[in-house]
Ligand binder design. Structure first.
Ligand SMILES: Nc1ncnc2c1ncn2[C@@H]1O[C@H](COP(=O)(O)OP(=O)(O)O)[C@@H](O)[C@H]1O
Ligand SMILES: [Mg+2]
Length: 210
């Protein structure tokens, strides 16, 4: 089973993934947590290029780098893990490209979706949590976390993140079956409970099938 978390930086993805992984582990599941871009030596190298403030990267080049990192992660890590019945939790996945490079940067959303399809080979998450939070709150949290150093993506400005948030909302309402929109501006524990209540049924089905 593939679980993905989406949302702007500071929405609480890393926090919630750690809590969910622990919760699933406590119920006897084997869990692998990954982040995008990343999760392989190649994909981590691409990540450092993408996040470095040394480079100015054209939106199409940016998209293709994210997709290259994704293709490597899917083929060499995610598919093999799913084949071994591991629950894979990924911090960002293809929806991030639709939201950031499509709605955020203004590339054609259908072009981005085609690139996503090529990179994933059509692999879709079983469930995707969109942690939704006002931009201001996310900015405050991110500031508390990084001090003053924003990476290349984080330097994109408020309007960009508003478009990304709206983009996520559109994707989530278009793919209602897969998405769960979680209000992420309450306490970590409350958000965790909302995530668990959505996932427990899926896990039950999953273990029943296995
Ligand atoms: N529900 C929450 N309420 C308040 N602060 C939070 C909450 N969830 C996470 N944080 C804090 O906000 C910051 C960003 O959270 P993080 O999980 O790193 O988000 P993301 O991975 O989406 O960027 C961290 O300092 C984290 O401790
Ligand atoms: Mg994070």
């Amino acid at each position: 089973m593939l679980i993905t978390f989406e949302g702007i930086d500071g929405s609480g993805k890393s926090t919630q993934i750690a809590m969910l992984a622990q919760w699933l582990g406590g119920r006897g599941a084997t869990v692998l947590t990954l982040r995008e871009p990343g999760g392989t030596t190649f994909s981590e190298a691409v990540r450092s290029v993408l996040l470095s403030t040394k480079h100015e990267i054209h939106p199409r080049a940016e998209l293709l780098l994210f997709e290259a990192a994704r293709a490597q992660l899917v083929e060499t890590v995610i598919r093999p893990a799913l084949g071994r019945n591991i629950i894979v939790i990924c911090d960002r996945f293809a929806d991030s490209s639709t939201a950031y490079q499509g709605y955020g940067r203004g590339l054609s959303v259908s072009d981005v979706e085609n690139c996503n399809f090529m990179a994933t080979g059509g692999l879709k998450p079983d469930i995707t949590f969109f942690l939704d939070i006002p931009i201001e709150t996310a900015f405050e949290r991110a500031a508390g976390r990084n001090g003053s150093t924003a990476d290349r993506m984080e330097q994109s400005g408020r309007d960009f993140f508003e478009r990304v948030r709206e983009g996520y909302t559109l994707i989530a309402t278009t793919e209602k079956e897969r998405f769960r929109i979680i209000r992420a501006d309450s306490t970590p524990q409350k958000v965790h409970e909302a995530v668990c209540s959505e996932i427990s049924e899926l896990i039950a089905q999953y273990t029943a099938k296995a």
